[in-house]
Ligand binder design. Structure first.
Ligand code: GLV
Ligand code: GLV
Length: 329
């Protein structure tokens, strides 16, 4: 008998066919995210789940006792209660590697958009305000090339950002990470820095760390005070890495120049979020990895991890905190 799995999001025909070959499956095929109570009911009957950032809590796991693997279609897995998964012996997988370059592209798109004020200027032209007069200084932006970039987090994506910065834009790159990466320093000529000095010296600060207990609200009022008044913050990590209220205040008081955000404390963010009213803030709806090609690769990767996990294989991308569950087998 094929193992039973539940697919908690729409997938392509190819991915569905692949899963069908190995598993008996049910699927949430609607565009809107699956309601947690529906996911739980389905999970109770399944050995494997494929989800996109659904919250996996202790309570959830206690009720879904057949589960062996939960495959997350994302690189970040702050949606997993790792301790509870370990306790219940449920393997968690994610989708690293396939999205690295795509997310690094988005970081540059955000950085360039904020620096050169692309959304504002786009509106200016489309609204018919371009009347042929000498262009006023209010439209001018700020350079990206030959400035200093501070990267907070130097994993796979951080490295791709550094490569673009150094070889494409002649930027000086500083980085902060849990452990220094001498090999990358050599390749990219970048320097390791403590967080405070990085914030003090960077023209652009990119956040690309996983959300964990130690990165929650990593950037708050005190950190904004350290940043240059012309600095632009780019958050492509998780909203909760930044104290959003402190960010609002830092922008209102001119402590920093601008921000470009892919992520928010609460998603979807409220239309009343003051950040959305600010010209110096560029926003996109948590879309860092969202090109058609990369999203399809992520979902296929997630499906492969799912199938391996329910058919007695070893999924390729078990999250590092749960690898003990595999080696103990
Ligand atoms: C997106 O946010 C991801 O973690 O893949
Ligand atoms: C996150 O995955 C990073 O690249 O730091």
């Amino acid at each position: 008998m094929k193992p039973k799995v539940f697919i908690g999001r729409p997938v392509s025909k190819e991915v569905e066919a692949y899963i069908a070959k190995h598993c008996e499956y049910r699927i949430w095929d609607k565009k809107e995210p699956i309601p947690p109570e529906v996911l739980l009911e389905e999970a109770k009957k399944a050995e494997g789940l494929l989800v996109q950032k659904s919250a996996i809590t202790e309570d959830f796991l206690a009720q879904a006792s057949h589960l062996k693997v939960i495959s997350n279609t994302a690189v970040g897995y702050d949606s997993f209660d790792l301790e509870a998964m370990e306790k219940y012996g449920v393997i968690g997988t994610h989708t690293p590697f396939v999205l690295d370059e795509t997310v690094a592209d988005l970081v540059f798109a955000l950085m360039l958009s904020a620096a050169r004020r692309i959304p504002e200027l786009n509106n200016y032209v489309k609204q018919g305000d371009w009347n042929g007069e000498t262009q006023a200084e209010e439209l001018f932006g700020t350079d990206v090339h030959h400035t200093t970039l501070g990267i907070v987090g130097m994993g796979r994506i951080g490295e791709k950002i550094a490569r673009r910065a150094v070889f494409g834009f002649n930027m000086k790159v500083m980085y902060n990470a849990t452990t220094p990466k001498p090999q990358l320093e050599e390749t990219y000529g970048m320097v390791y820095s403590d967080l405070d000095s990085l914030l003090e010296q960077s023209d652009f600060v990119v956040l690309i760390v996983p959300l964990t207990a130690s990165t929650r609200k990593l950037i708050g009022a005190e950190q904004f005070k350290r940043m240059k008044s012309n600095a632009i913050l780019i958050n492509a990590a998780r909203g909760a890495v930044v104290d959003e209220q402190a960010l609002i205040e830092a922008l209102q008081t001119g402590e920093i120049r601008g921000a470009a955000l892919d992520v928010f404390e609460k998603e979807p963010t409220s239309p009343d979020n003051p950040l959305l009213k600010m010209d110096q803030v560029v926003v996109v709806p948590h879309i860092g990895s969202a090109t058609a090609k990369t999203r399809e690769a992520m979902v296929m990767k997630a499906a492969e991890n799912l199938v391996a996990g329910v058919t007695g294989g070893v999924p390729e991308n078990v999250v590092k905190e749960l690898q003990g569950l595999i080696s103990g087998q």
